[in-house]
Ligand binder design. Structure first.
Ligand code: OAD
Length: 251
């Protein structure tokens, strides 16, 4: 236990050294950063995809077959997002953004908690649950506190209102992805936080675009990229990120 704590301290110190010498930083976050805000992850114990069928709930085909089922599920998630508050991990990333000239936060999350914590330069790779959009004409509408009423799924143009998120089998929004790739290419440090790093193309930001960046992972569990990166910090986002901010503070 003592050794593990000393190891983590050393690794935080190494990462902080790299951050001190860097101007461009990219952070990639996944569901794990919101776990300490009470939102479930997808693949871990208690994860959403352990008990729900991804092809029914997170694909266009599933939506078209049963839009009411899909909206009932996203409406529940929307309600959970509304109850959730950003945690110390989200807050630490908002602090880091202020500290660097070039800080890009790429998130796979659709819960808006990074904005709630004060982060500004956020690329929401998988969209967000603040809006619905029409499958046919692209019209958008803001989602109320309880999401979309089920009797308002059909749009007058003949399309259907769907959550404004990216589902499996769909491309990411091009403009957003291009900005993310550019940020990954110029980053000197890449922080990978709370993601299993198995969903592409998002996971590629961690390792594929920039071989010279120093890549650090913050995650209590091993992931698909743990063995290929420079610095592994085993701990939760709300524990480890504030320590990094604190260690970075005195210049
Ligand atoms: P996953 O559920 O695949 O991974 C969550 C990761 O968070 C795991 O590696 C956990 O070990 C880690 N974790 C758990 N608690 C944590 C904590 N307190 N602090 C830090 N890390 C913690 O979620 P994602 O990688 O985000 O896409 O999944 C990627 C995409 O797959 C999602 O955006 C979603 C999903 O299907 C769509 O819905 C399109």
């Amino acid at each position: 236990m003592e050794n593990q704590a000393a190891l983590t301290r050393n690794r935080v110190d190494q990462l902080v050294q790299r951050l001190r010498g860097s101007r461009s930083v990219l952070a990639l976050t996944g569901a794990g950063i919101s776990a300490e805000s009470g939102l479930p992850t997808f693949r871990g114990a208690g994860g959403l995809w352990r008990t729900h069928r991804v092809e029914e709930l997170a694909s266009f085909e599933g939506f078209w077959r049963n839009p009411a089922l899909v909206w009932s599920w996203y409406n529940e998630r929307k309600a959970a997002h509304r109850r959730a508050r950003p945690n110390a991990g989200h807050a630490a990333l908002a602090q880091l953004e202020k500290r660097f000239g070039d800080f890009t936060l790429c998130t796979q999350n659709v819960d808006s908690l990074h904005f709630a914590a004060g982060s500004r330069n956020v690329l929401e790779l998988h969209g967000h649950l603040r809006e619905a959009r029409c499958t046919h004409c692209g019209a958008r509408r803001e989602l109320g506190e309880s999401g979309l009423p089920l009797d308002e799924i059909d749009h007058p143009c003949g399309g259907r209102m769907r959550p404004n998120i990216v589902w499996f089998g769909e491309p990411l929004l091009q403009a957003t992805w291009r900005q993310a790739e550019a940020a990954a290419s110029r980053a000197e440090v890449i922080l990978v936080i709370g993601t299993s790093a198995v969903v592409y193309p998002a996971a590629a930001l961690a390792t594929r675009y920039n071989r010279s960046a120093y890549v650090a992972e913050i995650n209590p569990e091993e992931t698909a990229i743990s063995e290929r990166i420079d610095c592994v910090l085993r701990g939760t986002a709300a524990e480890v990120l504030p320590r990094i901010v604190e260690a970075l503070s005195p210049i």
